[in-house]
Design a protein around this ligand. Structure first.
Ligand SMILES: [Zn+2]
Length: 264
């Protein structure tokens, strides 16, 4: 099976090569490339991500449920079954007022740091990763003893060399008052798919986080291209978001989570 995909990949590559001087072919190829989508269901769902596109083949590593071996590459998300150690070198410099714009990218609701905003960082092993965006999944992607939280927040940070570190956040559905900063982010109306809410919102990202211990492990992006070597740090303490905001999110995305790829 794998070989067949490889041949298909080679064929596409050669068409691209032969067609380099022919503008119509180039356009057609670009168009086809653009048409590749992933979803959370059916033939473009998680089981098939690795075969939808050559660059997404790493996603196939997540089809087999395996234990995390410390230091070895693994896919995400995983179930936290044991006392997962926190990386002692993990520090956070998020205490800044940052302007974000909310975008509905078709896979999630994502808040992108506005250009010109103060920069927030996390540091792992003396390497700085700059906060670029945060977004959400429902239900949570990671689990504790295979129990999902209502939602999960991902704060995506990128180092100068392109390596990625994600700060994760378990979010519970609460009846009363949730986390104030998170409530304000979800106070904005979720735009239509592919659209951005034109009004930026200023948030101190530190206010969204519960503090305390994190689960640290080396995993992957939970969406294609499923890049490995992502440094995950997920807070063990949950925060809350009020019921109606969780429901409003779920009206757009009721199951934008990748199934578990293993256990820690
Ligand atoms: Zn995510």
């Amino acid at each position: 099976m794998k070989k067949r995909f490889l041949y298909a990949g080679m064929l596409i590559a050669s068409v691209w090569f032969v067609g380099c001087n022919d503008e119509s072919v180039v356009h057609e190829t670009e168009h086809e490339e653009h048409e590749v989508h992933f979803s959370y269901d059916g033939e473009t769902g998680p089981d098939y991500w690795g075969s939808l596109k050559e660059e997404w083949r790493t996603c196939d590593n997540g089809r087999e449920y395996t234990a995390v071996i410390e230091g070895a590459p693994h896919q995400s998300p995983v179930d936290f079954e044991t006392a997962v150690p926190a990386d002692p070198t993990f520090t956070l410099d998020y205490n800044k007022s940052i302007a974000f714009k909310m975008e509905n990218n078709g896979h999630s609701v994502q808040f992108n740091v506005e250009e010109g905003s103060p920069k927030a960082y996390i540091t792992i092993n003396s390497k700085a990763y700059e906060l670029k965006q945060f977004h959400f999944h429902s239900v949570s992607e990671h689990t504790e003893l295979e129990v999902h939280a209502a939602m999960e927040g991902h704060f995506v940070n990128v180092a100068e060399d392109g390596s990625i570190a994600v700060v994760g956040l378990f979010i519970d559905n609460v009846a009363d008052t949730g986390n104030e900063a998170l409530e304000s982010a979800f106070g904005l109306e979720i735009p239509e798919e592919g659209e951005e809410n034109p009004t930026p919102i200023t948030i101190n990202p530190l206010d969204m986080l519960p503090g305390g211990k994190v689960y640290s492990y080396s995993g992957s992006l939970t969406t294609p291209p499923c890049t490995e070597g992502v440094a995950w740090n997920i807070y063990t303490k949950h925060i809350g978001l009020t019921e109606e905001k969780v429901e409003a999110f779920q009206e757009h995305y009721d199951h934008n989570f990748r199934p578990l790829t293993g256990t820690y």
